[in-house]
Write a protein that binds this ligand. Structure first.
Ligand code: ADP
Ligand code: ASP
Ligand code: MG
Length: 412
């Protein structure tokens, strides 16, 4: 007998029929003799609906109150799923994040997990119950509810699996695994049999929302084996595991696209030491995370500095920078939130050369202009006009031959 943690995303519990379907699948696993902890998200669209209600009342809602509001979404799902399992004649008990208990810091809307206590969950398991846990939420030492960032139910599942020393963490979603690109954008995308934690972490951070990046990082740190699969069929999904030698043979294993960033350019800043430190120091003080940065070559003693920030922080960043620009004597601040960051990811890049050139040539052939570039050991990202995002993903998928069976089968 093993202990399995299963997580069902919003689309898998979108309505009562789907919740009943999840209940049937959960009971099937239980009948195979496993102990079971099930993490659920809010019903599809519910978190956005709740955030929308808050936005109708306030432009800059208090984040503690936002957490109070959005955590209700998952609370509804756990109660309904628990009832559905009981209807099938099995024992089930639901727990909120606070009850179970996932303790976090006080960074509302993006709280970090501090500790996971599993006494109550273990007690319920010993009594033969299927344990149902609300995803996405935690509680501070002062009993305030918090949330773990969008897509955070994945993190709840991985954290429960780590704390319970579970044999497996299964992430059930609306696609049957991790593909070489978003299958809803590239129909030829192929399912990967397995992917390394590092590649999955890059893919997730670069826009592949099939797993939350923080969840992948946590899984890597605690060595939790993750299986991403469909809640609508029983086909084998994708295993997220430690890297093996075989994986290096594939140069590019996936393409990702992120539309959630905005670009800011500070024009004609004095080109002298300390200016960049001041500019980015002020941005950091406002808790805004900067991603890509480019500084143009100076000609007349001034320079242009461009960088990207999360779209959600764009208005705040523009307001802040208009002030900073005056202080440092910059000419002007320009903003653009119609951008996309398209990236290629693969551990094989460590050992293969010429990959960047192939990427730039492919984009050039389609007349797609690149405004910023950033690289790491296993990824290359290009910033482009948002309207070319999907085209770029398709072109790069084709250029690196990701649809071809042999390339992907190397990995399976
Ligand atoms: P859930 O509600 O189950 O958490 P999400 O919507 O968060 O599901 O994640 C699943 C979605 O991720 C898919 O519908 C798909 O469009 C998207 N996606 C993006 N990139 C990929 C990829 N490389 N492989 C699979 N799915 C991807
Ligand atoms: N319901 C939350 C969200 O929409 C958490 C999740 O679905 O993982 O972000
Ligand atoms: Mg998700």
């Amino acid at each position: 007998m093993s202990l399995i943690v299963q997580k069902y995303g919003g689309s898998s519990v979108a309505d009562v029929e789907r919740i009943k379907n999840v209940a049937r699948r959960v009971v099937e696993t239980k009948l195979q003799g496993h102990d079971l902890v099930v993490v659920v998200s809010a019903m599809a669209g519910e978190t956005d609906r709740l955030l929308g209600l808050a936005a109708k009342i306030s432009d800059a809602p208090d984040e503690r109150e936002l957490d109070v509001i959005v955590t209700t979404g998952e609370q509804i799902s756990i109660g309904l799923l628990s009832l559905a399992i009981q209807q099938l004649g099995h024992k089930a008990r639901s727990f909120t994040g606070a009850q179970v208990r996932i303790q976090t810091d006080t960074a509302h809307t993006k709280a970090k997990i501090v500790s996971v206590e599993v006494d109550r969950a273990q007690q319920a398991l010993r009594e033969g119950a299927i344990v149902i846990v609300a995803g996405f939420q935690g509680v501070t030492a002062e009993e305030d509810v918090t949330t773990l960032g969008r897509g955070g139910s994945d993190l709840t599942a991985v954290a429960m699996a780590a704390a319970l020393n579970a044999d497996l963490c299964e992430i059930y979603t609306d696609v049957d695994g991790v593909y070489t690109a978003d299958p809803n954008v590239v129909p030829e995308a192929r399912k990967l049999g397995k992917i390394s934690y590092d590649e999955m972490l890059e893919m997730a951070s670069l826009g592949a929302k099939v797993l939350q990046a923080r969840a992948v990082e946590y899984a890597k740190n605690y060595g939790v084996p993750v299986h991403v699969r469909s809640s609508f069929n029983s086909t084998q999904g994708t295993l997220v595991v430690q890297e093996d030698a075989e994986m290096e043979r594939v140069v590019v294993s996936g393409i990702a696209c992120d539309r959630n960033e905005a670009k800011i350019t500070v024009l004609r800043v004095a080109d002298r030491p300390g200016i960049a430190a001041k500019l980015f120091g002020r941005v950091a003080e406002a808790n805004i995370v900067v991603d890509m940065i480019v500084q143009n070559i100076s000609q007349d003693g001034t320079t242009d500095i461009s960088f990207t920030v999360p779209k959600s922080d764009f208005p705040k960043a523009m307001q802040l920078l208009n002030g900073v620009a005056q202080e440092i004597g910059a000419q002007q601040v320009e903003g653009d939130d119609r951008i996309a960051k398209v990236s290629i990811v693969g551990v094989g890049m460590r050992t293969h050369s010429g990959v960047a050139a192939r990427m730039f040539e492919a984009l050039a052939r389609e007349n797609i202009n690149i405004t910023m570039i950033s690289t790491s050991e296993i990824k290359i990202s290009c910033l482009i006009d948002a309207k070319y995002g999907e085209l770029a993903v398709r072109v790069l998928h084709e250029t690196f031959g990701l649809a071809e069976r042999n390339v992907v089968e190397d990995r399976a």
